[in-house]
Design a protein around this ligand. Structure first.
Ligand SMILES: [Fe+2]
Length: 171
């Protein structure tokens, strides 16, 4: 099986609106409206019990690899001491539970994991200490808990159920 390519590069920033301006100015990329990855079931080193996590995010239109800008939140994987290049994102990992076991067998821990209501992994980050301070993010094909910045629902693809920060595609 061919190893999956990196779909996006996640960067943790102190102020999202200001970061979008800076990253747009330098790259010429267009960034999406701001959304939130909002869940009550996120576990990381700040609290291994699934807890509230509300990360404001924006993705570039250009890519892959797209650029994901994320605003600091909480005291764990997205806390203020984690600024800068944060993770390399891989999408549509069909069996994240199996992937977690494969990683564990190689001595790679997970720090940062989002679960759905059934306890299935929606996304997970490798512990940053294993790869020189950078995490790899494995994202399940299952729809994630994305909402608009004001908390309202986003348009979702009727086939995949995945939310889009860009709204419904133009007809
Ligand atoms: Fe990401």
């Amino acid at each position: 099986m061919t190893a999956p390519l990196i779909e996006h590069i996640g960067i943790l920033v102190p102020d999202l609106e200001e970061a979008i301006e800076r990253w747009s100015a330098v790259t010429g990329y267009t960034f999406s409206p701001i959304g939130r990855y909002r869940t009550e079931r996120y576990a990381d080193h700040s609290d291994e019990t699934p807890h509230h996590h509300d990360a404001r995010i924006s993705f570039s239109l250009e890519g892959p690899p797209r650029i994901e800008l994320m605003e600091v939140t909480g005291t764990g994987t997205h806390g203020p001491e984690q600024l800068g290049i944060h993770h390399l994102g891989i999408q549509n990992v069909a069996d994240p539970e199996g992937q977690r076991e494969l990683l564990a067998a190689k001595g790679v821990a997970i720090d940062g994991c989002s679960f759905d209501a059934e306890g299935r992994i929606l996304l997970m980050f490798t512990d940053k200490t294993f790869l020189d301070g950078i995490r790899v993010e494995f994202i399940s094909p299952l729809p994630g808990p994305l909402v608009a910045d004001d908390g309202s629902p986003l348009w979702r693809d009727p086939v995949t159920g995945k939310a889009s920060l860009w709204g419904a595609p133009a007809q």
